[in-house]
Design a protein around this ligand. Structure first.
Ligand SMILES: [Cu+2]
Length: 152
């Protein structure tokens, strides 16, 4: 316990003097929709939407209307080869990590009991995330697409 506290103090001190790179801090990435396009934070919606993320970041996906997110094997707006849903990129709640060795994201399984309910899902970016992962809307398919990209 003492070691953990000492390590924590060390991190705080390093952060205070700017020794830690910017990428050391995890961010919450808010992914939403603007009609039938994805949008990042308060920016206008575009398709395809590029979403820079890094390991440790939490992606919170909250939509208005009927939309959902599914990862793909190819860019969602690509003609050939046509994209297909490929959920091997995301470890869903309750799934055995061994069943998806290539997963770059993991769904966060937080209990909502006793909290205000929101129509959202959250995933955390895993340390294995190192290359583009494409996605589209489960309802609007190739007209509502995006890509999670390694943050520079
Ligand atoms: Cu949609």
């Amino acid at each position: 316990m003492t070691n953990r506290i000492a390590a924590l103090i060390g991190v705080v001190l390093l952060a205070g003097i700017g020794a830690l790179p910017q990428s050391a801090s995890a961010d919450t990435i808010k992914l939403g929709n603007d009609q039938n396009t994805w949008k990042l934070g308060n920016n206008p919606g575009v398709s395809p939407l590029m979403v820079p993320v890094k390991p440790g970041d939490v992606i919170e996906i909250a939509v208005r209307g009927t939309h959902g997110l599914a990862t793909l094997d190819n860019p969602g707006n690509q003609a050939s080869p046509a994209p297909a849903v490929d959920l091997s990129h995301i470890l869903k709640c309750g799934e055995d990590p061994a069943s998806k060795p290539n997963a770059a994201f993991q769904e966060i399984c937080d209990s909502r009991v006793g909290k205000n309910l929101t129509l959202s899902m959250r995933v955390v970016v895993l340390g294995s995330f190192s290359q583009d992962v494409h996605f589209w809307c489960t309802e609007h398919l190739n007209i509502m697409v995006g890509t999670f990209k390694p943050a520079p």
